[in-house]
Design a protein around this ligand. Structure first.
Ligand SMILES: [Zn+2]
Length: 128
């Protein structure tokens, strides 16, 4: 179970990650100069922008995915559901969460999943 100050710390990490993505996007918008000198400076306060088409178009798939993970982690924090493994429902160690704030699995379940999903690519079944 996470203590309140640990939760806050992780929340800050997540918010900072989000800020970084938005800042990259901000710079991209400016360099593209596509939106008639809009006040992009307000990007962090402008919640509507996140819903806008322009915003989504400029995000790379990877950024989009990362933002989604950040958002769902933040939502879990708000709902008091943050920090539990999705598979076994054990609490995830805070040390792990600080390194991977949007981890949804404990180390054990994560490695179990990886061994299931991560079939070595060198192993190619020959069909005869
Ligand atoms: Zn687990």
């Amino acid at each position: 179970m996470l203590r309140k100050n640990e939760l806050l710390e992780i929340k800050e990490i997540l918010v900072e990650m989000k800020r970084e993505i938005l800042q990259n996007l901000d710079e991209r918008i400016k360099s593209n100069d596509m939106s008639e000198q809009r006040e992009i400076g307000d990007i962090f306060d402008d919640a509507d922008l996140e819903q806008s088409r322009e915003f989504n178009l400029l995000l790379t798939t990877r950024e989009r995915q990362k933002l989604d993970q950040i958002e769902s982690a933040l939502a879990k924090i708000e709902q008091g559901e943050y920090g539990y493994c999705e598979d076994c429902e054990e609490s995830i160690p805070v040390g792990r969460l600080k390194v991977m704030p949007f981890a949804t699995l404990c180390v054990k379940c994560k490695s179990e999943r990886e061994s299931l999903e991560g079939t070595p690519s060198v192993y190619i079944e020959e069909k005869g």
